[in-house]
Write a protein that binds this ligand. Structure first.
Ligand code: GAR
Length: 203
């Protein structure tokens, strides 16, 4: 079995699509991690009997800190941490504990429109205001800097005729739901290679 822990903060549409896409494979979601206990993603996890860990960087009843979380995920034999709309910064210690085993989905074509404050609809507003004609989704490895790790896969979409940031969000989300499960499967089935300082996806 290949074990995923999925980190979420919102409605959880990427969690849902990932759950559905890996349903009949050897990949399973062994935990969902959040700092937002009442978010849609947690409701989905509860409905599907996926254990939920609440995490906070400040002491809070019912929440664990990132060091304790590291121990919990190690005891679950987590192979890959998937950030699917998790909006808190991941502390350096946690990144070190899961070196090259954390990926993130970002709703734009990095390295443009990334970094601190660039999440959710903020990203699509910035893309809209720049009058970018293309947007898309990026899955990348997570390092200690926001949206900075090596890019694993990207998919673009034409947004030349959109009327609002929400139109962009809708188009990009469709792509996210394909791209994230695709990358997770490639990593789980060892179809990712790093050479020449680049990431290659094998068939
Ligand atoms: C997704 O669009 C994801 O790319 C974005 O949050 C949304 C979560 O939606 N993540 C970021 O902006 C991270 N910088 P979901 O809860 O429906 O999966």
């Amino acid at each position: 079995m290949y074990n995923l822990s999925v980190f979420v903060s919102g409605r959880g549409s990427n969690l849902k699509s990932l759950f559905q896409e890996i349903y009949d494979s050897d990949i399973r979601i062994v935990s969902v991690v959040t700092s937002v206990p009442d978010c849609g993603a947690v409701i989905f996890a509860d409905e599907n009997n996926i254990p939920v860990f609440l995490v906070s960087d400040k002491p809070k009843e019912g929440f664990v800190n990132f060091d304790t979380l590291t121990g919990l995920l190690k005891s679950q034999n987590v192979n890959l941490v998937v950030l699917a709309g998790f909006l808190k910064k991941i502390p350096d210690n946690f990144v070190e504990a899961f070196q090259n085993k954390i990926i993130n989905i970002h709703p734009a074509l990095l390295p443009s429109f990334g970094g601190k404050g660039m999440y959710g609809i903020n990203v699509h507003k910035a893309v809209f205001e720049k009058s970018a004609q293309l947007s898309g989704a990026t899955v990348h490895f997570v390092d200690k800097v926001y949206d900075n790790g090596k890019i694993i896969a990207q998919k673009s979409v034409d947004i030349s005729d959109v009327n609002s940031p929400e139109d962009i969000a809708e188009r990009v989300l469709k792509i996210e739901h394909e791209l994230l499960p695709f990358v997770v499967k490639k990593i789980a089935f060892k179809k990712i290679e790093i050479r020449n300082n680049r990431v290659y996806i094998l068939n």
